[in-house]
Design a protein around this ligand. Structure first.
Ligand code: NAD
Length: 256
């Protein structure tokens, strides 16, 4: 029960990494706002958790993280329902892309920047103000990607947004330390969620083979790390990137 008594917001909480983290946080004793643009899915997650013995420990909130006033309302909701906020996991995101020279900026750049980049900035700003006003400190965890640190095929916009997440994390840690606030970014590699499942089986096998264990990472494996980062046990991890990519970014897998 490492998160006993903590209140957390998890964006993108209705699916994939976010959903696995919602469950892990509840197992560790936290209260969680399941925040997602898909209201029906978020409400189903909460109903299922209520039925599974966690009644009253989670609350659904429909939010588009690319709209600052909605993110402010999300933070206010957490405080109204659970009395305070201790952790925000800025995790909602979309993926995909086209070759750069085929881009229509209004389709292939602006919407993704609004969600994957601006959405994280809004989460940091709104939660940061709440942590400061509470005087309790807090933890900001944001989901970047292996592509936030490298160029990749069909990922021009995605890489830019995910690099910004790392930069925001450094600067937030630096600026907000005086309020007892920590900020950490995670860089998942290949995780078996809806984002990856849209690809062919062949491509998924290639993705898995690029990681050292040769298998797709499971969302629960990422959630375990996020729970640690949200807990007081990780209090010296601040302003940095935690690579949760099964060695992808550090080693080229030896293919015998
Ligand atoms: P997912 O599609 O299963 O979950 C994403 C969730 O975000 C969905 O529930 C979706 O409804 C929600 N969402 C999308 N746009 C939103 C918005 N504007 N406002 C609020 N919610 C919104 O995918 P996932 O793999 O769990 O992705 C979670 C995060 O992990 C994303 O930021 C993604 O870029 C990142 N990531 C995933 C992988 C991977 O291999 N799956 C790798 C690196 C990074």
């Amino acid at each position: 029960m490492r998160l006993n008594g903590k209140v957390a917001i998890i964006t993108g909480g209705a699916s994939g990494i976010g959903l696995a983290t919602v469950k892990k946080f509840l197992d560790e004793g936290a209260k969680v706002v399941v925040a997602d643009i898909n209201r029906a899915n978020a409400e189903k997650v909460v109903a299922d958790l209520d039925a599974a013995g966690f009644k009253g420990s989670s609350s659904a909130f429909a939010v588009d993280v690319s709209v600052f006033t909605e993110v402010e309302a999300l933070v206010a909701h957490a405080v109204e329902v659970f009395g305070k906020l201790d952790v925000i996991f800025n995790n909602a995101g979309i993926a995909g892309g086209k070759p750069l020279l085929d881009h229509d900026p209004a389709v292939d750049y602006e919407p993704m920047i609004r969600i994957d980049q601006d959405g994280v900035y809004y989460g940091i700003l709104a939660a940061g103000r709440q942590f400061r006003d509470q005087g309790t400190g807090g933890v900001i965890i944001s989901t970047s990607s292996i592509y936030g640190e490298q160029a990749a095929e069909l990922a021009f916009t995605y890489s830019a947004a995910k690099a910004a997440v790392i930069s925001f994390t450094r600067s937030a840690a630096y600026e907000l330390a005086e309020y007892g606030i920590r900020a950490v970014a995670i860089t998942p590699g290949r995780v078996g969620t809806a984002i990856i499942n849209q690809f062919s089986d062949e491509l998924k096998e290639t993705f898995a083979s690029e990681q050292l264990r040769g298998v797709m990472t499971q969302p629960e494996e990422i959630a375990n790390v996020v729970a640690f980062l949200a807990s007081d046990e990780s209090n010296v991890i601040n302003g940095t990137v935690v690579h949760v990519d099964d060695g992808y970014s550090v080693f080229k897998k030896r293919l015998d």
